[in-house]
Design a protein around this ligand. Structure first.
Ligand SMILES: [Zn+2]
Length: 326
């Protein structure tokens, strides 16, 4: 996974996609600002002794009078914040669930959300809460006997490394990966976050367990060879690769993670096959029921009708094809 202040790119060995961290959340920046201004006005009206003539706050010890109207505004503001937090939490839960259907061994970059918050993404971080999402993800992955590994960004440089090994730093506004050395991403657009999420799969980290059961990452390494050999089998990357007319190497199935991924790929194809079969099966009993016209026939036909549909639905939830991005 590759975290941004408001978006996250998710990738396994087969698929990758991007999602908003809390995209559907209601934008409350305007109403929050209005609450803050209203409370400021009310504070000033009730406590003129605490302000200088030019409107600045007086130095020294002060007592503040909170009038009833001020308290009401404060309560409304608090309720608005609570709603946003609850909504965010729910969205994070859904997203976490979607991620864990792809796999429970999650690899993320070790980034400082606090530094982001301080530097230039303060409002965005406050709205989306990427750190809270990572916390939820860690907790739920561990409950599912998985883990969340944090790789060292300095050693792996996922956002600037290419499949050919060339390193090229991108500015924040450069949203796509385009290598000047091998030409990857020049023929077809390759979103940079999606690409670094894919590369993150092939990092290996040495970890040491510290106090309170927390694991600390000592060093991380990016296995570019593995990343190269699995790229042709990856849905997003294979499109980019074929667009660039890359020479496709034969794909060894050495890593167990990849074997799992190929199984998932087989499952991805199977629901489509099921769907076409299921479509035929759905029609036949319905036609028979209409001919005979008896209720017993219809009822006996019903479970047969539903069965393929349910199989399809289960198959879809267990793999990656449910992702709208694809
Ligand atoms: Zn390259």
């Amino acid at each position: 996974m590759d975290f941004g202040p408001s978006r996250v790119a998710i990738s396994n060995a087969v698929v990758s996609f991007e999602r908003d961290i809390a995209g559907e959340i209601k934008d409350k920046t305007k109403s929050t600002r209005r609450y803050h201004r209203k409370m400021d006005r009310q504070r000033r009206a009730a406590n003129p002794q605490n302000y200088n003539a030019n409107g600045t706050i007086r130095k020294g010890r002060k007592t503040w009078l909170k009038k009833i109207r001020y308290q009401q505004t404060q309560a409304k503001h608090a309720e608005s914040c609570r709603q946003a937090a609850a909504q965010r939490k729910s969205i994070h839960g859904n997203l976490t669930y979607d991620v864990l259907t792809l796999g429970t061994e999650v690899i993320v970059e070790k980034v400082s959300y606090k530094a982001w918050q301080r530097s230039r993404f303060g409002k965005s971080i406050a709205k989306h809460g990427p750190s809270a999402l990572e916390g939820t993800l860690t907790r739920k992955a561990e409950n599912a006997r998985g883990s969340v590994t944090r790789v060292n960004t300095y050693q792996t440089a996922l956002s600037s490394t290419c499949l050919c090994g060339a390193r090229c730093k991108k500015t924040l506004s450069q949203r796509f990966h385009a290598c000047t050395v091998c030409g990857l991403g020049t023929a077809a657009p390759l979103p940079r976050d999606t690409f670094s999420a894919y590369l993150a799969i092939f990092t290996e980290s040495e970890t040491v367990s510290r106090k309170k059961g927390k694991a600390a990452t000592l060093s991380s390494r990016l296995d570019l060879e593995a990343a190269n050999s699995h790229a042709p089998g990856h849905r997003t990357l294979s499109c980019v690769l074929s667009a660039a007319a890359f020479s496709q190497k034969p794909r060894p199935a050495s890593r167990p993670a990849v074997e799992v991924a190929t199984q998932v790929a087989a499952q991805v194809q199977s629901p489509e096959a099921l769907n076409t079969d299921g479509g035929h099966e759905l029609r036949v009993p319905r036609g028979l029921g209409a001919k005979s016209g008896s209720r017993a026939d219809l009822e006996s036909a019903k479970p047969r009708q539903r069965k393929p549909a349910r199989q399809v639905r289960n198959a879809v939830t267990s793999d990656a094809s449910r992702i709208p991005f694809l």
